[in-house]
Design a protein around this ligand. Sequence first.
Ligand SMILES: Cc1cc2nc3c(=O)[nH]c(=O)nc-3n(C[C@H](O)[C@H](O)[C@H](O)COP(=O)(O)OP(=O)(O)OC[C@H]3O[C@@H](n4cnc5c(N)ncnc54)[C@H](O)[C@@H]3O)c2cc1C
Length: 407
Amino acid sequence: MAPEHIVVVGGSLAGLRALETARRAGYAGRLTLIGAETHLPYDRPPLSKEYIDSDQDSHITHFTGVEELADGLGVSLMLGQPATSLDLANGIVHVGDRTVPYDAALIATGAIARTIPAAAHLDGVVTLRTIDDARIVRSALDQGARVVIVGAGFIGAEVAAAVRKRGRSVTVVEALPIPLVRAVGETAGRWLSALHERNGTELICGVAVESISGDHRVEGVRLANGRHLPADLVVVGIGATPATDWLTGSGLTLDNGIVCDATMHAGGNVWAAGDVARWYSQDFDTPLRIEHWTNAAEQGAHAMRNLLDPSNATPYRHIPYFWSDWYGNRIQLAGRPIGEPTVVTGDTATDVFTALYRDGHRLIGALTLNRRSDIMKYRALIARAATWEDGLKLAQTRNNSLTTNSK
Ligand SMILES: Cc1cc2nc3c(=O)[nH]c(=O)nc-3n(C[C@H](O)[C@H](O)[C@H](O)COP(=O)(O)OP(=O)(O)OC[C@H]3O[C@@H](n4cnc5c(N)ncnc54)[C@H](O)[C@@H]3O)c2cc1C
């Protein structure tokens, strides 16, 4: 029997796709959305790209309007009201001193940007996760702020690219000797970070930030090697953590996210999706939690379908896909880019290449730079558990000159 009242916690991509899926599947019961932000669901990727990269007009992309959500989908909205705890045994979400009983709940509270606590109180020191963060960054860039970025991950790199597009200098500081090692491995981390140099960004690796100076406003960043980088804007891009604090003691298992089975079931009548969820991936035979747009969208929909029909719940099958835009270049990743890649198209010294990753005989990942039409073909192969040889065959059809040298 379908639940009478479904509560979705988290009003962004995964939560929205879940709500839309419920109605599309013919669910006619009550839907409530509890969201910490006051904003209607909006798209995050443009916040570190087109929203900040020029002083021309640019807009926040909202996925939906209030009429569409409230009237079209018939969702009761509780925006600007963070859920504060969950009572799994009694089926209740607490929002401060209000109680919201549910028959089934879907949690999509995403992730929260990591900060540098000692400097978080300074004006001009920001993370980039929300509309409000992006507005601060954009306004500082419009005013010609001197920018230092802490962390050479994808978001830090995109902000650096936005600053360079405005014709200004920018420095990125990375504590590790090579950026992006966890995302793409050491070798590919080197290839990608070379884009900074080629585009005039100063990249300082292997040096920790000792302190961020300023009384009320930020004045600069002092590095462990003694160097001081003057700054009016410091963007901290050092990753994110799943937004699970409010679930402590709820009875759900929390371990780098909400632990779900292969169907996105978290426990009781609760399901989870998006950046907050860690599920058992049958494709890779391991638990995964990923912070990718496509996963949030597809997982939100899948988790809701299973919530509506738990006795026929199916495993969530998904080959990760991610993109990032740096200096006019499109980076794309599919699968699990772990280990040492092999270049099969182009040349990493140029801005066009495809590299593949293997685990024994199996093709497990692909990384492309400016090869937009390649990536989904490799993703499809990985989904079929294709062999390394299959990957090389596909590369041959994509190239005239196949190279198999790993650099
Ligand atoms: C600046 C930026 C750029 C990005 N660029 C790319 C990209 O180029 N490519 C790509 O694949 N991915 C990108 N991503 C990642 C992608 O946007 C995320 O994977 C996606 O937004 C995850 O969606 P979600 O719904 O799971 O979580 P989120 O988008 O994090 O949303 C979670 C929502 O839940 C709310 N919430 C949290 N706690 C509570 C609570 N207790 N009660 C109620 N509500 C709560 C939050 O306020 C938030 O609104 C980017 C992310 C950022 C921040």
